[in-house]
Design a protein around this ligand. Structure first.
Ligand code: ADE
Length: 230
């Protein structure tokens, strides 16, 4: 069973429409849709926004469904001039950019007393996603790089520059690293797939609503095709 998490209803609605034999279970104000997607057994859920919602959601997927892996799909702000609105970023690794224990000598982003700075995504899932992108969204550029997550919608050039300087992130969003963190603690693989809705700068809050639908369409297309090949 594969767990699929999107933060917002808009991000999972199109995926749910394609599912068969659906059973719904509600827990912690989240509805878990269990069924098949292109023949693959999946649980699809809207976690809600932010790291706490996302981590709780991932833990419920592990505890209740014993998921073999988790994919987080959705949209993100680009942190790289090469990565444009509509493009896709597949996570190589991810970290929580708002974790700060610098006062104790940890690098920014490092969770004290954990043995890793960032959480490594599963290479097999990433390779499959990369291959499928070329097949179903050939017009879209696909990048593989670090996803940085925090409880903040980044819409400020200064903050964006800070994220690039400190983490060399490819895109920023608000859930991926929390899901990765939960996956890491439970020893299961994960991948974050994000389509770019904005540039995480001063125009982000204007671009976001304009490009949200297009970005969601790209990530959903990719996910459906991946399920077919899993
Ligand atoms: N999700 C989409 N765009 C984002 C941004 N600029 N910051 C945080 N999360 C986002």
């Amino acid at each position: 069973m594969l767990g699929i998490i999107g933060a917002m209803d808009e991000e999972v609605a199109k995926i749910k429409e394609q599912m068969d034999n659906v059973k719904v279970m509600s827990k912690a104000a989240m509805d878990f849709y269990e069924g098949t997607l292109n023949g693959k057994e999946v649980v699809v859920v809207r976690s809600g926004i932010g790291k706490v919602n996302a981590a709780m959601c991932a833990q419920i997927l592990v505890d209740t469904y014993e998921v073999e892996a988790v994919i987080n799909t959705g949209i993100a702000g680009s942190l790289n001039a090469q990565i444009d609105i509509g493009d896709i970023v597949l996570s190589t690794d991810t970290l929580e950019h708002d974790m700060d224990a610098v006062a104790f000598g940890y690098p920014v982003g490092q969770i004290p007393r954990m043995d890793t700075l960032s959480f490594e995504a599963d290479e097999k899932l990433r390779a499959l996603a990369k291959k499928v992108c070329g097949e179903v969204v050939p017009e879209v550029s696909v990048f593989e790089g670090r996803v940085v997550s925090g409880d903040q919608f980044v819409s400020d050039k200064g903050k964006k520059d800070w994220l690039v300087e400190n983490f060399n992130g490819y895109c920023t969003e608000m859930e991926g690293a929390a899901i990765a963190h939960a996956a890491y603690l439970n020893g299961i693989p994960f991948l974050i797939i994000r389509a770019i809705s904005d540039k995480a700068d001063d125009s982000a809050s204007m671009d976001y609503p304009t490009f949200e639908a297009q970005a969601i369409e790209h990530s959903v297309k990719l996910l459906l095709a991946m399920c077919e090949q899993m």
